[in-house]
Ligand binder design. Sequence first.
Ligand code: AKG
Length: 270
Amino acid sequence: MMNPSLSKLEIDSYRSEGFLIPNWRLPASMLLKMQQALAYLLDKNQHIRPEKLVSAHIAKNNQEGTQGHTAFLELARYEPIVDLVEQLIGPDIILWGCHVFCKPGENGYETPWHQDGHYWPIRPLATTTVWVALEDSKLYNGCLKVIPKSHIPKTLYPHLHEDRQDLALTQKIADDTFDPATEKALELSAGEMSIHDIYMIHGAQANNSGVRRTGVALRYMPGTSVFERDSYTLGGQTGVPINFATRPIWLLRGKDQTGKNDFNIGHDAG
Ligand SMILES: O=C(O)CCC(=O)C(=O)O
């Protein structure tokens, strides 16, 4: 199988729009494997809302609540996907997160408009997310929506805490920050993926279509950034159980140019 190569047009489009749907999708065998891993994940984590399966790539006890499956780590390290990422963020690549957002067909929680950078202790702020559709993700069942070009000012806008139980995340960008009429729906079939920048404003509607929608968000930062485990300030305000202090991260390619990232923490948890 040829590894994917982005055209100059695709790379330019990612830079100017803040997102990209590459012309490459998971091979059928890999998709099937991931769908089986999803079935395992949902079965083992029935006590957790399926929109909140944080660190699904960590099979052992990771102090973030989810009992994960190694298939998600394999997906995050899958050479063709990392090749795509390399073309966008360069040769030094650190995997620091993997979150499965599964919206059931009835009462699937809304993901409010937000910027990822607001949630994460990465300095300087830089991350590319590859959102892999494990099931069809369309307008009717709450696909990801973005505000094109909203990443350009590299500004984090104010977010307000939403004290609601029916949200995938509870930090919502202030209403007057952007024009919702400019939104673009990233409709994907199972196996396709979208890629978005850390400053991109995005969200997804609730799902009541009767058809489940699942994506796995793989988070990669360049080796020029630090995962600052101690600088996290949002505490319990995000609506998802996270523990950045003990989360393992992986250097997938190249070098940690900062020399400050800790690649030992969390890898030996039982
Ligand atoms: O899938 C969703 O509903 C939200 C995904 C998201 O916010 C992200 O991947 O950053």
